[in-house]
Design a protein around this ligand. Structure first.
Ligand code: AMP
Length: 648
């Protein structure tokens, strides 16, 4: 694999001051920025190197000690069983993650602390103390139990970002049911595939979600997805609009009715540590999404720990996460991690720039937000709007800005450091993915940062950059990012597809293949450049080119489709599709619009190509594989490389 272009030199001496004025991007990528004193002085992990040394010297002892900080119904006989592919953590232990998210706090002063502060775009606020959230979750769980939902049942959650959506997750976990949250912006085709693959017995949804001042219908998408799926016995509908039709048909139940009669007492199901907690679907290189499966025991340990150290949780923090429950960040960094740590979590339904580009900063001021977790795309959007917006608000409480999900470019890093954090707080980039389920490589609060670089493996992880044979490559050389050895919260398998799970561990001997291209500097920091496979990262959303291609070819006019990512200043990558048409169809603007609408219906708005071009033929290998590399090179005006395998 050839090394990607990147600056090789860097300043050896830490720089207290960021380069000012018209500095070149190259210079920015070379700076090492010490943590501001206000962050470093109070950091939970004052010496990451010492912690890492301890973790690597005795991984099982390390995790044994950390796991003891949580509550278990029964302790473990062994910390780990590991055969190189399959891991079982905390063997023999019994637990339920909701005990650590909720019950544990009721016996402490956290009982009346705000667990969840939910905001709507129109300014509406709802606040739940730990005791109140516990009550809502128990009622929800009691209601589900009465409907016959229990241990091992799969429940699909297609809900807007609301307390009810979060409570639905926790209620399933309480019963030992397996939730499968599907982002409530995903189209009917993708939703249907996820419900069918999981074999869901129940679906929990709402009539609408709210975004940009509009009610976005969700229920019709669920109806379309469920047509003919007889395995779904119950559809629980939360009506938010008075005009929405009441529940209809024998399998529909109104959520309000379910909660009204439900008992506020619901003992947690006591589960084996390796019993499933949730499935979360993510894109891979085939058109079929992968249902990553996580379990109660290891997930609670790894997620409680890594969110605590990566976000430097303090008792009086107000932690705002701008993700959604539909993504892994929404599971680990919005719901399970912060709640296990007794945090006050702020979540907001809607768009971060609606009703105006200053709204997030007014909220941060009003609620004295200390920690803001957001995506690089969102930072770049704020940067585009300009510094006047954050300048109008008092952001003095903001200690940490956390980013993850896609490469964070140095320009956005410096802009946010100056204009949002005002050089008093720290910006920490973290690399992780659905499969790792918690921050994995990153800059810990208190550690010096190198803008443009995610950071180092967090204590407990061993990461390397290797060639295709698994040999480590020298510093500043591109290669494949791998992790060595298992970690507690990692996915346990792919639902219905154990062979696909095994591929993560079989491609490179003795390592987990993340699917990303990365470089490591002399100090052990990693920069993750992008995917090594045919997966795109559009505004932090992981989208398989194969997903978009199969959606396109499912339209009767399309013969073949090839999809590529193009660099985009805000979204990181934008989708461009090339299609050939079946006989009898001719390229036209109306057809283009129809194809884009078709993708939106199937996959949802996040997967709709920004551009779609009609071609007579697609470049292919002799074996008939579409050469996306050639499409991309031609599109970007680059040398397409070795074309000898192209047939046409
Ligand atoms: P997802 O599984 O949807 O969370 O997407 C994970 C992918 O996002 C990773 O495999 C990377 O390609 C990308 N990614 C996540 N965090 C970072 C980061 N800090 N820097 C660069 N790429 C990232």
């Amino acid at each position: 694999m050839s090394g990607p272009q990147r600056p090789t030199g860097r300043s050896e001496t830490p720089q207290a001051d960021p380069p000012g004025g018209d500095f070149a991007p190259l210079l920015q990528a070379d700076a090492i920025v010490p943590a501001p004193a206000g962050v470093a002085d109070v950091a939970l992990v004052p010496d990451p190197d010492a912690l890492q040394a301890r973790a690597l010297a005795d991984p099982e002892g390390f995790w044994d000690e950390i796991a003891r900080e949580l509550e278990w119904e029964r302790g473990w006989d062994r910390v780990l069983d590991w055969d190189g592919t399959t891991a079982r953590w905390f063997v023999g232990a019994r637990c339920n993650i909701t005990v650590n998210c909720l019950d544990r706090h009721l016996r402490e002063s956290t009982r009346d602390k705000t667990a969840l502060l939910w905001l709507a775009e129109d300014g509406e606020e709802r606040r739940f103390s730990y005791a109140e959230l516990h009550r809502l979750v128990c009622k929800f769980a009691s209601g589900l139990k009465e409907l016959g939902v229990g241990r091992g049942d799969r429940v699909c959650i297609y809900m807007p970002l609301t307390p009810e959506g979060i409570a639905a997750m926790l209620a399933c976990a309480r019963l030992g049911a397996i939730h499968s949250v599907t982002y409530a912006g995903i189209g009917a085709g993708a939703l249907r595939a996820r419900i069918a693959d999981a074999g869901a017995r129940a679906v929990i949804t709402a009539d609408v979600g709210y975004r940009r001042g509009r009610a976005i219908p969700l229920k019709p998408i669920v109806d379309e997805a469920l047509a003919g799926l007889d395995g779904v016995e119950r559809v629980i509908v939360w009506r938010r609009e008075t005009a929405s039709p009441p529940a209809r048909g024998p399998r529909e139940i109104d959520l309000e009715e379910l909660l009204t009669g439900a008992s506020p007492r619901c003992e947690p199901a006591i589960l084996d540590a390796e019993e499933p907690l949730f499935i979360l679907y993510t894109s891979g290189t085939t058109g079929k999404p992968k249902g990553c499966l996580y379990v109660h025991g290891g997930y609670q340990v790894g997620v409680a720990y890594y969110t605590r150290i990566a976000y430097d949780f303090k008792d009086d923090d107000v932690y705002w996460c701008t993700s959604d429950i539909g993504w892994i960040v929404g599971h680990s960094s919005m719901v399970y991690g912060p709640l296990m740590n007794g945090q006050t979590v702020l979540v907001r339904e809607g768009a971060p720039d609606f009703p105006d580009p200053g709204v997030c900063w007014r909220i941060a001021e009003r609620h004295r937000v200390t920690t803001l977790f957001t995506a690089p795309t969102t930072l770049r959007m704020f940067m585009k709007f300009g510094e006047a917006h954050p300048a109008r608000s008092d952001l003095s409480a903001l200690r940490l800005l956390i980013c993850a999900g896609e490469p964070l470019n140095p320009e956005a890093w410096w802009w946010a450091y100056r204009h949002i954090l005002r050089e008093r707080g720290q910006l920490c980039d973290n690399w992780w993915q659905t499969e790792t389920a918690a921050p994995t490589i990153g800059t810990l609060p208190g550690e010096a940062a190198r803008p443009g670089w995610a950071g180092r493996p967090l204590p407990g992880y061993r990461a390397e950059v290797v060639d295709r044979a698994g040999r480590p490559v020298p510093p500043n050389t591109g290669g494949l990012l791998v992790l060595r050895g298992p970690w507690p919260q990692m996915l346990r398998t792919i639902w219905n597809d154990p062979a696909r799970y095994a591929e993560y561990w079989n491609a490179i001997p003795g390592a987990y293949l993340a699917g990303d291209v990365a470089v490591r500097d002399e100090d052990g920091r990693f920069m993750v450049l992008g995917r090594a496979d045919d997966v795109l990262n559009v505004a932090g959303h992981r989208i398989g080119t194969a997903d978009v291609e199969s959606a396109l070819v499912s339209h009767p006019a399309v013969a073949e489709a090839g999809v590529i990512g193009k660099p985009d200043p805000i979204k990181g990558e934008a989708i461009k599709a090339f299609v050939t048409l079946r006989a009898g169809h001719t390229p036209a603007d109306a057809l283009r619009a129809e194809l884009l609408a078709h993708v939106r219906r199937e996959l949802g708005p996040i997967a709709v190509p920004g551009e779609l071009a009609f071609l007579d033929r697609l470049p292919k290998t002799r074996s008939g594989k579409i050469m996306r590399r050639v499409l991309k090179a031609t599109e970007l005006g680059l040398d397409p490389g070795d074309l000898t395998t192209i047939e046409e």
